[in-house]
Design a protein. Structure first.
Length: 296
């Protein structure tokens, strides 16, 4: 399976309940990009979810320089320790394998990405890449067993932490803004700005806020990979309502393109997000492994 990570009980465990809702393994699509840059000490890889990793150049590959590197991922709200990460590049295509330990509230689990694949992308999106996002899309039916389109929300109140799950549903309409940017209009009337590189669109700038009647939604992260027919996505943020704040995470988002005659009416009144600017990625030297790679 390409770009599908498996999170499961350690192979050495004899008494383990898996991380999935039914006690089995979880399969998580791996999307987003990594930017490789040359430094005096080797190569640094920075992911779209905010983790930075040190690599050493070996004959024909990049290898994680310090096995057992750890990162707390602010997007998904948990940490992992990578024990091996191998990257090879052929032209504009990159292959990778990862073995890691995923540190979840229920315990530590094996994380294996056996067949990772990315493609080198330019700093500026191209019209053909933008077109594969445009138009109306709809979230596919939620599946609690696989966590597809399941949103996990967490709020802290006087009586402790409350966690609940809900179904992500409705439509998202993508329209071209200018250049490599698109607007994503969601069913609640919010409109978000994303930048397209290759087959991946990312919230830019981040964060962005949308003010609705009685609440404010702040998106901290939204990455989408599209093949023109289906989209895989990861989204996280917070919602402020009645002086209370809850965080939310959609880790396995799945949307399907709608035919124009099936697209419903979107709200006519849009809430433009107010945006907090954040520095973008600088130019990188494209030399073998060096560059920006998006999943694909």
């Amino acid at each position: 399976m390409r770009n599908i990570a498996v999170i499961q009980c350690p192979v050495t465990s004899t008494n383990c309940t898996g991380p999935g809702p039914a006690g089995g393994p979880l399969q998580i699509p791996q999307i987003g990009d990594i930017v490789f840059t040359q430094t005096a000490g080797g190569v640094v890889g920075h992911t779209d979810q905010g983790c930075t990793w040190q690599f050493a150049a070996r004959p024909g590959s990049l290898e994680l320089a310090r096995p057992s590197e750890n990162c707390f991922n602010q997007v998904i709200g948990s940490s992992y320790t990578i024990t091996r990460w191998s990257v090879t590049v052929h032209g504009n295509h990159e292959q990778e394998t990862i073995t890691a330990v995923s540190h979840l509230p229920a315990g530590d689990y094996d994380f294996v990405l056996a067949n990772g694949s990315r493609t080198r992308t330019p700093e500026k999106g191209r019209p053909a890449a933008v077109r594969q996002f445009l138009g109306p899309w709809e979230y596919t039916p939620a599946d609690p067993q696989t966590l597809v389109n399941i949103v996990t929300s967490q709020a802290t109140g006087p009586d402790g932490v409350h966690v609940r799950q809900s179904h992500q549903q409705g439509m998202v309409n993508f329209t071209r803004q200018r250049g490599d940017r698109v607007f994503a209009q969601t069913a609640d009337g919010c409109r978000w700005t994303l930048t397209v590189r290759g087959n991946t669109a990312q919230l830019a700038p981040a964060p962005q806020a949308c003010h609705l009647a009685g609440s404010t939604v702040i998106l901290m992260h939204w990455t989408i990979a599209s093949d023109g027919t289906h989209q895989a996505s990861v989204m996280s943020g917070v919602q402020e309502r009645d002086a209370s704040t809850s965080s939310f995470l959609l880790n396995v988002g799945d949307l399907a393109r709608l035919l124009s005659d099936r697209a419903g009416n979107f709200p006519s009144k849009l809430s433009r997000p107010t945006q907090s600017e954040q520095p973008g990625a600088g130019q990188v030297k494209e030399d073998d492994h060096i560059g920006v790679y998006g999943a694909g």
